[in-house]
Design a protein around this ligand. Sequence first.
Ligand code: SF4
Ligand code: SF4
Length: 55
Amino acid sequence: MIVKEWCSFCGECAGVCPRNLIQVREYSLVFKEDECRDCDTCIKACPINALEKED
Ligand code: SF4
Ligand code: SF4
């Protein structure tokens, strides 16, 4: 997952991940990517489009 520089670390994406794979730190998001199921719920939940899937 790519986190854009305009991410505000609001935590919305972390709150909606059904597998609880996103941790919000002070100035970073930490993803447990190996367990991600590519459901895109976090991407859709971001109010400012700050998440993008890596190819
Ligand atoms: S919802 Fe968007 S702005 Fe908020 S922490 Fe997640 S990526 Fe950042
Ligand atoms: S794509 Fe789905 S499983 Fe993966 S981090 Fe986002 S919400 Fe969680």
